[in-house]
Design a protein around this ligand. Sequence first.
Ligand SMILES: [Zn+2]
Length: 467
Amino acid sequence: MRRLPLVGLVAALTLTCCGAASAAAHDEPRTSYAKGRSQPVKDPVYPAYGNPSIDVLHYGLKLAWRPERRSLAGTATLTVRAVKPIKEVRLDFGRALKIDRVTVGGERARPRRKGDDLTIPLPATLAADKKVRLVVRYHGVPKPHSSGQLRPDLARLGLRSAADGSAWALQEPFGAFTWFPVNDHPSDEALYDVAITVPKGWAGVAHGTYKGKSVRGRAVTYRWKSTDPVASYLTLFTVDKYRMHRAKGPRGIPITYWVRPGDRWALPTVRRMPELIRWMEKKAGRYPFPSAGLVATSDSGMETQQMITLGGPYLTPEVVLHELAHHWFGNSVGPRTWKDVWLNEGFAMYFQIQWSADHGPGTMDSLMADLRRQERLVRAEAGPPGDYRRDYFAASNVYYSPALMLHEIRKRIGDDRFFAMTRAWAQEHRHTSQDRASFTAWINEHTGEDLTELIDAWLDSRTSPES
Ligand SMILES: [Zn+2]
């Protein structure tokens, strides 16, 4: 996520829902989706979201947006693995959306709903490690989730729309459930195929790699594919009058930019992405995904996977660099639970500061000294980064404190060993979920130093540790 300032009918046309379900009737799904396999856990900070008894391997989402009604119609096909024997599948799903039909292995099911929970009974107990395919058809006018979070841009999470018919969904730490049925937790990453159907003149943008569009009558369908695991908070849905621009990154990686005609002022910044990816590759090794992109929304933004979302005042090279850095630190090497969001923001903040120092006017020393002064205040206000106030998710404490901690580690081991460490951490743990225990054990082993005390002090102390 970006840092806080340092200072009805379209659906009928296009949603052919039932082929996949009937083909799979009674059988275990044939596709293995092995890369979508996870080890879900219960969240210690936000236990109301996510379900550790299931592991969704793949989401197939066919979504149709009607700008004039600001309504969504969807067919979600989920390939679910049982982590332990289960009799039902409980998912997060927004109460504002109405369910038209649910099938399990092709057979009609009668789901139960309570609040933002959707529970689908299975016809028989599903043994551990067995898979089942669920299809949920739904429609409605989505409503964002009122989170009660103190950070202003997180007070409402999930799918929002504007009077002009545009829509965008951003959701950290949770809120993808406002637009599709989901196991809404970072420990359950999955593969995705997304199709967004919109009227001509509009474009539908999602996470993953752009796979092209098809036109049928007055409707256009945009297709997106994720072949590496994606956490639900990193998914993206946005519809606006975007125009696509193409570029190429290192090794010819395809890049697409999605910018509204009125936002062409942003293009010179947006077009720096290949250069920013190359800068990050020197610090963290090869970019971990097969494509990249950026969609310029009207809202703030975050590191949505392979398609960064950034709007208005946040469209600056240093914030683009921050969101790109998350592709190594957060998206590829993900946090197992929200307790360890500092693992995302600490590294992204650190590389943002290093990039700023490399490009002036500040130096690393002056920028870290500024950070140090502010860190004392945000730690007092929002708690230590390893045990932050749960109503103050992603306050500056989870950015500044771990960035300072990384700088202390750098001073201890020197520049060369430090950047060898950041590269090795990202490359050795590609597409896995990690936490504080695994990070501490790994960095001690990798550096041959015992950094446990330093890490614990920076993450747990109520007051800032002395350097
Ligand atoms: Zn961030």
